[in-house]
Design a protein around this ligand. Structure first.
Ligand SMILES: Cc1cc2nc3c(=O)[nH]c(=O)nc-3n(C[C@H](O)[C@H](O)[C@H](O)COP(=O)(O)O)c2cc1C
Length: 163
């Protein structure tokens, strides 16, 4: 079977069995801010420290990530599910209200870094490439912040779980 014949519903069902750490990817430029709950993010390399994140290119608001040239990847703890929900668009809160739910730091690039993230990676965007429906953002890590270490917030079988 070639990739072209894979039914998107089958693909999503299979992916629902793929456990992912829930993260919020953020950016800021001037007064504008944007944060998105994601699971499609991972490490690329430890030297130089590099990460990637995949964002829906069909959402115009996500253009701020390529315009600003910076992003922070904030890994969430299990008790931060309400934050993950707010940044996934649940409740349709305005951007300022989403950010008002937590404390944010400014480290190296100016992207909002979640003070209580289990780990946060403050990145300079080094490459952006659109593949299919999504934009792959590759970032070189310029600063790391370690918040409290606790159970991780995961997404598995279409539900949030603690690990
Ligand atoms: C658990 C979970 C994981 C998600 N993963 C991604 C992802 O990896 N990439 C992405 O573009 N959107 C992902 N989304 C969807 C975005 O969070 C959502 O489309 C976006 O925040 C909508 O924001 P808006 O209301 O500000 O437009 C995920 C949502 C949830 C609940």
């Amino acid at each position: 079977m070639t990739a072209k014949t894979i039914d998107p519903v089958l693909y999503r069902n299979a992916m629902s069995r793929y456990a992912g750490h829930v993260q919020i990817v953020t950016t800021a430029m001037g007064e504008e801010k944007r944060g998105v709950t994601v699971t499609a993010a991972c490490s690329v390399s430890d030297n130089p420290a590099t990460v990637l994140v995949c964002l829906n290119a069909g959402n115009q608001a996500n253009e701020l990530f390529t315009k600003s040239g910076r992003f922070a990847l904030n890994s969430l703890a299990a008790d931060q599910q309400p934050l993950a929900e707010a940044f996934s668009g649940m409740g349709k809160l305005p951007v300022e209200e989403r950010f008002a739910k937590a404390k944010w730091l400014n480290l190296a690039t100016g992207a909002p870094v979640l003070a209580d993230a289990m780990a946060a990676f403050d990145c300079r965007l080094i490459e952006a490439k659109q593949v299919a429906t999504h934009m792959i953002l590759i970032g070189e890590v310029e600063a790391i912040h370690l918040g409290p270490n606790s159970a991780a917030l995961m997404y598995f079988e279409r539900a949030f779980k603690a690990l």
